[in-house]
Design a protein around this ligand. Structure first.
Ligand code: NAD
Length: 506
């Protein structure tokens, strides 16, 4: 196995100080989607090691929670510095392991840097309210305290950014993290931990051992985090299928969750839309990352008055988009993660045809060895929103439908299980405001004149309904990583009871 390991991967891992012996020779194989060749064979973390890791993290919590938050922020500031220094290498590893284009791989690392910057500022802004009380000589306020161990379960398609969204906030909020990355992308996880280790070394003795740990393995290792009562918050990113299992299990022990699950994101192109802009936004939103983003645009509603202008142009863009090995060429669309993803895509296209759809593209492309799965993104003209259109297929398929009535299209837009991201292309103020209003898009992200994907870290990220309801990253998402206490202080000499209740004793 070691001999067969691609030299580029081995060299990159060496740059992170990780010896080949750490990620070769074990039974858990992982592959690069660029070629389908095996790039690692890891040994999964055992149940006993997992429990020990969680116990170590809990012990770390007991000291880390008492360190002043701005000092905790200093560690995250150093992490940001180390990430800046390692950006090229980690971005390349993301491309090797997840198949993202070079610019998207680097973009993912930039997102990690951005959230570190955000979290450092946040470390001086973990504000609570001061609240008016009804009792004289009293003061009421909220304080926010560290919560406990944060378990992170992440998906293959954002192999490192999701960890940083959680870890940067968790660490400044006073919580250790234990991370179970996707079994499809373990190397980027080991590299990210190595980068944090560099920051920890510079940070010094204030950081307890076990502040950040990585567990290697699949669903069973993830499950060990889910059921352990010492894990106060489980932040799980992945399919709705996974969330349906994880959510109730954590709820059963009254633990907290942040669930970031699947999306079935739509765009609406109205009669007043700037079609040139819409075309570019839809192309990136639907074909970027080979359709393997949770925010990928999967449904498109086009008004009948512009359908015949826009859709032929989109079909042309689909036919001409470059598909290839993203490290060897400038291709915009890289591979699917594996054969299962390819089979899922073909199955969905068959179902779409059976439901009356007209498929453009979707064929496998002869790129690289037989073990790699490259496809032309597919645009499917559908007569109505039925069959596979109602569910997320994690591949580049865009279902396009014609509409005539605005109210009806909003209803159709919301008539799916997922509720992650959405966008409208319009220059009409009434349509825009309606889409953003209480009776508009029911998603956690609603955009105007940009696509569904490519969120910035400053806003809270997440979605409603079957997307799980969690929020990560910016805005006040930090609150999920802390516990709130309401404090009432009596500085008077009397003891008045609230609501005028009398309880006098002799
Ligand atoms: P997946 O659900 O197969 O796996 C995600 C993670 O969950 C992996 O680490 C896996 O090992 C773990 N897991 C699976 N079953 C588990 C269980 N029973 N207990 C504990 N852990 C378990 O998802 P994937 O194929 O890696 O990623 C694609 C999916 O993730 C898509 O549905 C996509 O929309 C979603 N996603 C959502 C977001 C978001 O922020 N909403 C972001 C990225 C990806």
């Amino acid at each position: 196995m070691t001999a067969a390991l691609p030299a580029s991967t081995r060299d990159l891992m060496a740059k992170f100080g990780i010896e080949a012996s750490v990620f070769t020779g074990g039974p858990m194989a992982s592959f690069s989607p660029l070629t389908g060749e095996q790039i690692a064979g890891l040994t999964p973390t055992s149940a006993a090691e997992t429990d020990a890791a969680i116990a170590r993290a809990h012990a770390a919590f007991l000291t880390w929670r008492n360190l002043p938050a701005p000092r905790r922020g200093e560690l995250v500031r150093l992490l940001g510095e180390e990430l800046r220094a390692a950006k090229e290498d980690l971005g390349r590893l993301v491309s090797i392991e997840a198949g993202k284009s070079a610019s998207e791989g680097l973009g993912e690392v930039q997102e990690m840097i951005d959230i570190c910057d955000f979290a450092v500022g946040l470390s001086r802004q973990l504000y609570g309210l001061t609240i008016a009380t009804e009792r004289p000589g009293h003061r009421m306020m909220e304080t926010w305290h560290p919560l406990g161990v944060v378990g992170i379960i992440s998906a293959f398609n954002f192999p490192v950014a999701v960890w940083s969204w959680n870890a940067a906030l968790a660490l400044v909020c006073g919580n250790p993290v234990v991370w179970k990355p996707s079994e499809k992308t373990p190397l980027t996880a080991l590299a990210s931990q190595a980068i944090l280790d560099r920051a920890l070394k510079r940070f010094g003795a204030d950081a307890p051992e076990g502040l950040s740990q990585v567990l290697i393995g699949g669903a069973d290792v993830g499950n060990a985090l889910v059921v352990n009562p010492k894990v106060a918050l489980v932040s799980a990113t992945g399919s709705t299928r996974m969330g349906r299992i994880v959510g109730p299990k954590v709820a059963e022990r009254f633990g907290r969750t942040i669930l970031e699950l699947g999306g079935n994101n739509a765009g609406i192109v109205t009669p007043s839309a700037d079609l040139d802009m819409a075309l570019r936004a839809i192309a990136f939103g639907a074909m970027g990352t080979a359709g393997q983003r949770c925010t990928t645009m999967r449904r498109l509603f086009v008004h009948e008055s512009v359908y015949d202008t826009l859709v032929p142009r989109l079909i042309k863009a689909y036919a001409s988009v470059s598909v290839g090995n993203v490290l060897e060429t400038q291709a915009l669309v890289g591979p699917l993660i594996d054969k299962d993803a390819f089979d899922g895509m073909q199955k969905a296209l068959e179902a779409a045809k059976a439901a009356g759809g007209t498929v453009h593209g979707g064929e496998r492309q002869p790129v690289g060895p037989d073990t790699a799965y490259y496809v032309k993104p597919a645009l499917v003209e559908m007569p109505s929103q039925t069959g596979p259109v109602l569910h997320e297929t994690f591949a580049p398929i865009l279902y396009v439908m014609k509409y005539s009535d605005f109210d009806q299209v909003i209803e159709l837009h919301n008539a799916v299980g997922a509720g992650l991201s959405s966008s409208i292309f319009t220059l009409d103020m009434r349509e825009m405001e309606t889409f953003l209003s209480a009776s508009g898009s029911d998603c956690g992200i609603a955009n105007v004149n940009i696509g569904t994907s490519g969120a910035e870290i400053g806003g809270a990220f997440g979605g409603e309904k079957e997307t799980g309801g969690g929020r990560e990253s910016g805005s006040d998402a930090w609150r999920a990583y802390m516990r709130r206490a309401t404090n009432t202080v009596n500085y008077s000499r009397a003891l008045p009871l609230a609501q005028g209740v009398v309880f006098d004793i002799d």
